[in-house]
Design a protein around this ligand. Sequence first.
Ligand SMILES: NC(=O)c1ccc[n+]([C@@H]2O[C@H](COP(=O)([O-])OP(=O)(O)OC[C@H]3O[C@@H](n4cnc5c(N)ncnc54)[C@H](O)[C@@H]3O)[C@@H](O)[C@H]2O)c1
Ligand SMILES: O=C(O)[C@H]1O[C@H](OP(=O)(O)OP(=O)(O)OC[C@H]2O[C@@H](n3ccc(=O)[nH]c3=O)[C@H](O)[C@@H]2O)[C@H](O)[C@@H](O)[C@@H]1O
Length: 343
Amino acid sequence: MSKEVSNGVHHPATKRPPMPSPLRNSKFFQANLRILVTGGAGFIGSHLVDKLMENEKNEVIVADNYFTGSKDNLRKWIGHPRFELIRHDVTQPLLLEVDQIYHLACPASPIFYKHNPTIKTNVIGTLNMLGLAKRVGARILLTSTSEVYGDPLEHPQREEYWGNVNPIGVRSCYDEGKRVAETLMFDYHRQHGIEIRIARIFNTYGPRMNIDDGRVVSNFIAQALRGEHLTVQAPGTQTRSFCYVSDMVDGLIRLMEGDSTGPVNLGNPGEFTIMELAETVKELINPAVKVTVVENTPDDPRQRKPDISLAKELRVGAQGQPPQGPPSHGGRLQVPPRLPRRP
Ligand SMILES: NC(=O)c1ccc[n+]([C@@H]2O[C@H](COP(=O)([O-])OP(=O)(O)OC[C@H]3O[C@@H](n4cnc5c(N)ncnc54)[C@H](O)[C@@H]3O)[C@@H](O)[C@H]2O)c1
Ligand SMILES: O=C(O)[C@H]1O[C@H](OP(=O)(O)OP(=O)(O)OC[C@H]2O[C@@H](n3ccc(=O)[nH]c3=O)[C@H](O)[C@@H]2O)[C@H](O)[C@@H](O)[C@@H]1O
């Protein structure tokens, strides 16, 4: 019986995990680890692929429908013998033989997820990937979101907080969609023994963000470079906490490799108002640009800051060993390495 720990709480599966392929136990044949990354042509996904491909024992398969992602993000891997790229929409079933699934497929920019509501991607897509995990005995990691906390009434947000979400608002295709995806993950874990990992990601930024996708960091930088007004959506006192993408990728891999199901908050607890962010971008890139306050969209969360105590607690390495290697980005790494193994 598998027993896993998160939030200091046991989340036992009621069944053993499905058996992986017999090739895994072969005495004579050492297969690479086969890893599926859905949404791997997107911003975080393509950085995750870069990191996974560094390990020569990994074979990486990306499934993406290119709604917000691009082949260009994966250009350097196309044609590589350990890499495969499939144009595929996760709302359709996918038959593959894999050992791990990083399930990222879902547009992250509010402009895109409102344009083409993502409820089917989140619900049917996650169901399909869980079905795949069940069939082949793969471990599956879901990239959930801080948006499951909605417009939070608790600050900072801990994993135990159940959130304050509008079920019929314009953001609900995304935040309620991710909440259902988390529910499906835990149902499959309890009922079928699937090995699950859930990361609740807080705002992440870095190279390869789509310059026109509307998220605040890329928007402000693009506006400053073009000499346009920086558009702060009212009131400007709303807060966000921004994490650099390579730190996020390290966190996702450590969560996948560790023993905790999660959910675990992954992010940087440094909190800024959007007005402060605009002023910083202005100062750094183009002090001549103006900052203008414009109308906001409904249900925009007023504050957001992760409590990362759990991620820090999980830093205690396997068998009590500290995590290996120095943290990247001057100690800004907020990631969960392995839990101590249960005897
Ligand atoms: N970036 C953030 O700040 C952030 C915060 C919280 C959660 N997340 C989550 O992390 C994941 C990746 O986010 P990102 O910032 O890289 O977003 P992104 O939009 O850059 O990437 C998403 C990728 O998924 C693909 N995709 C979308 N719908 C699909 C479908 N139905 N079938 C197959 N592929 C599909 C897109 O084409 C794209 O390549 C998402 O699940 C998102 O919800 C991101
Ligand atoms: O961290 C998360 O969980 C979520 O973070 C972002 O959601 P959000 O914070 O709303 O993203 P942005 O569009 O970057 O907006 C951040 C803030 O900046 C403001 N904003 C945005 C764009 C802009 O030009 N000006 C501006 O003031 C928005 O009103 C909002 O208050 C992501 O896009 C979600 O997919 C992700 O799940």
